[in-house]
Design a protein around this ligand. Structure first.
Ligand SMILES: *[C@@H]1O[C@H](CO)[C@@H](O)[C@H](O)[C@H]1NC(C)=O
Length: 268
């Protein structure tokens, strides 16, 4: 399909684009209106390079259903080595994105390091556990030196404030009031994002926004954390679209495997 649509040179550009974790940053290019022409069911038709959104066989998000999750213990605790680094905050229209300019440290899987590039939030959550949706989901997007993408997802329900979001409240307010596109906000410490490292789901999926690039390694943290309604609202009013959601609907699982890593009984 893509081969027919483009010359050799253009294909080369297209493929190098696809290899990166670049999510689309043009805020009007797509939206979350379920009955609109730019809504999630049409993303795959809007641009040839977004074809995977419609035709992909390993799309995200998915439901993590208890009965079909394979419980394992050999993956071990998550290996995360984040560090405080200079960051920018950008209003992408459909979400707020914090980007670490030089990377905010890394996570390591099977001896491969994936640098922390950016985080952003979806409300309500995109992934579900046994069909249950949560109030917020944070995505920490990492990329290895050879272009492989690895995302950590954290689920939140309404309750006590989330500490990390409290520390960036002023920045979120400024960016939401000023209608500024992108703002340098100085050093942000990603170690303040609380991530339970012992129990997590692992499966292969995709980016949850166009171009829906596949072969993304997903790590969904098992522990559901808390956030206040004000914090969820702040992340939502900041963005300038009319939708009251920026959560992509659940995608077919096909024959994919979902694993749940948890320590052996003796290590709990
Ligand atoms: C952040 O940027 C400032 C200004 O460019 C620089 O002086 C400082 O060393 C940087 N800090 C970190 C942790 O990278």
């Amino acid at each position: 399909m893509e081969k027919l649509l483009c010359s050799f040179f253009f294909c080369f550009l297209l493929l190098s684009f696809k290899a990166q974790s670049q999510e689309v940053e043009d805020e009007r290019a797509f939206d979350y209106e379920s009955d609109g022409i730019k809504g999630p069911t049409h993303w795959g038709e809007l641009r040839p390079e977004w074809h995977a959104c419609k035709a992909g066989l390993m799309q995200s998000p998915i439901d993590m259903l208890h009965e079909r999750v394979e419980v394992i213990s050999h993956l071990g605790d998550l290996k995360i080595n984040y560090k405080p680094s200079n960051a920018t905050l950008k209003n992408r229209g459909h979400d707020m994105m914090m980007k670490w300019i030089e990377g905010g440290g890394f996570m390591e899987v099977n001896g491969m390091q994936y640098k922390l590039k950016q985080c952003h939030w979806h409300s309500p959550s995109e992934h579900t556990i046994d069909g249950k949706k949560f109030d917020l989901e944070a995505h920490l997007v990492h990329e290895s030196s050879n272009g492989m993408v690895s995302v950590i997802g954290i689920l939140y329900q309404i309750g006590e404030p989330d500490y990390f979001l409290s520390t960036i409240k002023d920045h979120l307010e400024v960016v939401s009031d000023s209608h500024e596109e992108e703002r340098i906000i100085g050093v942000i410490d990603p170690t303040l994002i609380k991530i339970g490292s012992k129990r997590y789901y692992r499966y292969m999926g995709s980016l949850t926004v166009p171009p829906c690039t596949e072969s993304v390694m997903w790590t969904m943290i098992h522990e559901v954390r808390t956030v206040t309604e004000e914090q969820v609202k702040l992340l939502r009013v900041a963005v300038h679209d009319d939708s009251d959601t920026n959560a992509r609907p659940l995608q077919p699982i096909y024959d994919r495997k979902t694993q749940l890593q948890r320590p052996k009984e003796s290590e709990v």
